[in-house]
Design a protein around this ligand. Structure first.
Ligand code: SAM
Length: 229
């Protein structure tokens, strides 16, 4: 669906405002979940190297886990979250550059400049209408053959788990602007410049890891993409 730029601006503004206050207690509220995420993060980031774009870096929970030879551009549209992330950065062995930008329009990140795009729990926050734009940006900034790794939460097919998720859904929506119902995989599949190389669940059927790469020029599906207007 194509939205007018004003609608898009308003959608993003709503989430941006939300994170201005969520940032103050984000790490405390998220702790029950982060206790398990922190056991996943090192393994999910161990092979990430070169020029890395992390979109929606949040309070920087991934930063201490990138290897030394990673140069991370950490993007977030919330100044308050970026401020928190700069503290986590002290424990990082990689180099980090913070950028205050919308993941749907990363003007400071040149096309075909990244070996990796990493985004954990960003697309479950992005409204459905903005997913294609953010994903198009991931494709634009990746070098041909560059890889991406996304971690997202989704609704379970197990009725018991689903019931528990339904209980949490209003809290998750209010505090994080997130939902279990995003169709990120579908949006990724519809991008002609990206190829999905693997999907797997990290836990139950609720935490989905999606991996892929930017197609090479000359391969079917490759197109020279311009930034969406
Ligand atoms: C649920 S937090 C996840 C934080 C982090 N990736 C992690 O794994 O803990 C989502 C983050 O994405 C950021 N975000 C949401 N929409 C964004 C957008 N359009 N552009 C940039 N950042 C965005 C929020 O400010 C927030 O910091």
């Amino acid at each position: 669906m194509e939205l007018k730029s004003l609608d898009l601006h308003e959608l993003n503004l709503l989430n941006q405002k939300r994170y201005a206050w969520t940032a103050w207690f984000y790490d405390i509220l998220d702790w029950p979940w982060e206790r398990q995420y922190r056991t996943w993060r090192p393994g999910l980031l161990a092979d990430v190297s070169g020029e890395v774009l992390e979109a929606g870096v949040g309070t920087g929970r991934n930063l201490p886990h990138y290897p030394e030879h990673a140069h991370v551009t950490a993007v977030d549209f919330s100044p308050a979250m970026l401020k928190r992330a700069s503290k986590q950065c002290r424990n990082a062995v990689c180099s980090v550059r913070f950028v205050h930008e919308d993941a749907c329009r990363m003007e400071s990140v040149p096309a075909a400049s990244c070996d990796w795009v990493v985004a954990f729990f960003l697309c479950c926050v992005l409204p459905e209408e903005l997913q294609d734009r953010a994903i198009a940006e991931f494709a634009r900034v990746l070098k041909p053959g560059g890889r991406f790794r996304l971690l997202e939460m989704r609704y379970s097919d197990d009725p018991k788990l689903r019931k528990r998720q339904d209980l949490f859904a209003p809290f998750v929506r209010k505090v994080y602007g997130a939902g279990f119902d995003r169709n990120t995989l579908k949006h990724l599949r519809s991008n002609p410049d990206l190829e999905i190389t693997g999907t797997r669940f990290v836990k139950h059927d609720t935490y989905l890891l999606i991996e892929g790469k930017r197609s090479h020029p000359g391969t079917p599906g490759y197109s020279e993409k311009k930034r969406p207007l």
